[in-house]
Design a protein around this ligand. Structure first.
Ligand code: PLP
Length: 423
C-alpha cells in the first residue's frame, strides 16, 4: 500500500471537518453536547481529569458517562433549585425509578435495615422487596402517618428512612420534619421521593431531608416526551452516590438533558395552572353523588391538610377520588349493592370503570403523569399496602393537565353519565 497521502479520499477528511462551532454567535440556549469520547491535548490532562471525575469533582469529565457541558448545566440547575438555601449536589439517572434504585444502592449495604413508607410508588416497594432483599437488606414498611413515632421502629442497623409525601395514589401527607429529625438523631439517612409538588411547591431540604429523588420525567420535563431522574443530596452525602453512579455506568444523553432544562424554564407557570385547575376539579368532584372521598391534600377535608399547609406552598395536578360502592351496584346510587364482592358484581364494576375512563376527549388512560395533558386511571393498590390495606371503594387517579377547566369538567361529567348507564 502506498505511503503517499490520498487527498481525494473522504475517509480521513470526514473525521476532521466541521467539529468546532462558532463561539462568537451567542444563542439563548446552550448547545446540546453528544459525547462518548472526550479529547485531551496531553496525557497529563487526560490522567488528571480522569482522576478528578472519579473523585466526584464537579464538571470533570474524561469520558461521556461522567458528563458533558449539557448534563453539567442540568446538574447545577437541579442542585440550585431543589436545594435552594442548602449546599447540595445533583446526579442524573435515566429514569425516576433508576434514581430510586441507584440512591438506595449507594446508601445501603448487606446487613442494613431500611424503613420505607407503606404509601410509596409501587416499583420502589418492588425494588426493596426484590433486589435489596437479594442483597441481604431488610425493609420494614411503616404507616405514613407515623410521624415522630418512627423512633420505635429504628434499629441499630437502620441506615435509611425512605419517605414519599404525598403517597402514591392515596395522597397521605407525612410529617417529614419529625421523621427526618429522628433519622438524623439515630445516624440514618432520610431519602424522599419528591415527585408530586415539583420544586415550585416543596423545599424538602428545609424539612431536613438528606436526599431528594426527582422523577424529572414528570413536572420538570412537563411534556410527556422524556424519561429522566435525579438524586439531589446534601454535599456531605455526595461521595457514595457519585461512586455508585460511576460504578454502575449510570448516565443520560445530552438531548434528554436539554429537554429537561427546557422544561425547567416554564415549570413555575405550568405548576400554577395545574394547581388551580386541579383544585377546581377536586371541588367539583366533592359535590358528585358518585364520589366518596376526594384525596387531595389542599382540600380542607383531607385528613393531613394541616401538615400540607405547614410544609407545602401549593399543590399539583395529581390527585385521586374514591367512588361510592353503591355507584357500582346494579340498583345504582341510593341502594347498597346487594351482591357486593360477587364475580357478577366485580364484572359490573370493571364495566363501569371502563365506561368512566375510556373514550374521554381530554382525559386519556395513561400512567406517567406530569405532562401538559390530562390522564385518568384506576388505582389498583390492593397488594401495595400492608400497614393499612385499602378497604374503600374503587380509587381513580387523575392528572389534571393544562386544558380549560370547563372542558375537563364536561369530559368527566360525560364519564359519570357513561358509568351510571353501564350495567
Ligand atoms: C412518585 C413517583 N416516583 C417515581 C416515579 C418514577 O419515575 P419514572 O417514570 O421517570 O421512572 C414515578 C412514576 O410514575 C412516580 O409516580
Amino acid at each position: 500500500m502506498s505511503e503517499q497521502a490520498n487527498h481525494d479520499s473522504i475517509a480521513s477528511r470526514v473525521t476532521e471537518i466541521s467539529r468546532h462551532f462558532d463561539e462568537t454567535i451567542r444563542t439563548a440556549n446552550l448547545p446540546v453536547y453528544r459525547a462518548s469520547t472526550v479529547l485531551f491535548e496531553t496525557l497529563e490532562s487526560a490522567y488528571a481529569t480522569g482522576a478528578a471525575a472519579t473523585a466526584g469533582e464537579l464538571h470533570a469529565s474524561s469520558y461521556g458517562t461522567a458528563g458533558t457541558p449539557t448534563t453539567f448545566a442540568l446538574m447545577d440547575a437541579l442542585a440550585e433549585i431543589e436545594g435552594r438555601g442548602h449546599d447540595c449536589r445533583a446526579a442524573l439517572m435515566p429514569s425516576g425509578l433508576s434514581a430510586i434504585s441507584v440512591a438506595l444502592m449507594a446508601y445501603l449495604k448487606t446487613g442494613d435495615h431500611m424503613l420505607m413508607s407503606d404509601s410509596v410508588y409501587g416499583p420502589a416497594r418492588t425494588f426493596a422487596q426484590g433486589i435489596l432483599t437479594r442483597m441481604g437488606i431488610e425493609t420494614t414498611f411503616y404507616d405514613p402517618a407515623i410521624g415522630a413515632g418512627i423512633a420505635e421502629l429504628m434499629r441499630p442497623n437502620t441506615r435509611v428512612v425512605y419517605l414519599e409525601s404525598p403517597g402514591s395514589y392515596t395522597f397521605e401527607i407525612q410529617d417529614v420534619p419529625a421523621i427526618c429529625a429522628v433519622a438524623r438523631q439515630r445516624g440514618a439517612i432520610s431519602i424522599i421521593d419528591n415527585a408530586w409538588a415539583s420544586p415550585v411547591f416543596a423545599r424538602p431540604f428545609d424539612w431536613g431531608v438528606d436526599v431528594s429523588l426527582l422523577p424529572l420525567t414528570k413536572y420538570w420535563s412537563g411534556h410527556a416526551d422524556v424519561l429522566m431522574g435525579a438524586a439531589v443530596v446534601r454535599k456531605e452525602h455526595w461521595a457514595p452516590l457519585w461512586t455508585t453512579v460511576r460504578q454502575t455506568g449510570t448516565c443520560v444523553g445530552g438531548d434528554d438533558a436539554f429537554l429537561i432544562l427546557r422544561g425547567l424554564r416554564t415549570v413555575d407557570v405550568r405548576m400554577r395552572r395545574h394547581e388551580s385547575t386541579a383544585l377546581a376539579l377536586a371541588r367539583w368532584l366533592e359535590q358528585r353523588p358518585e364520589v366518596g372521598r376526594v384525596l387531595h391534600p389542599a382540600l380542607d377535608s383531607h385528613p393531613n391538610h394541616a401538615i400540607w399547609r405547614r410544609d407545602f406552598s401549593g399543590s399539583s395536578g395529581l390527585f385521586s377520588f374514591e367512588l361510592q360502592p353503591a355507584a357500582m351496584s346494579a340498583a345504582g346510587l341510593g341502594e347498597a349493592a346487594s351482591t357486593a364482592g360477587s364475580p357478577e358484581q366485580e364484572a359490573r364494576t370493571a364495566r363501569k370503570l371502563a365506561a368512566l375512563c375510556e373514550r374521554r376527549r381530554f382525559f386519556r388512560i395513561g400512567y406517567s403523569w406530569g405532562g401538559y395533558e390530562s390522564l385518568i386511571v384506576p388505582g389498583r393498590i390492593g397488594s401495595l399496602r400492608t400497614t393499612h390495606p385499602w378497604t374503600g371503594g374503587p380509587l381513580i387517579r387523575v392528572h389534571v393537565g393544562l386544558e380549560e377547566p370547563g372542558d375537563l369538567i364536561a369530559d368527566l361529567n360525560a364519564g359519570f353519565a357513561a358509568m351510571n348507564a353501564a350495567m
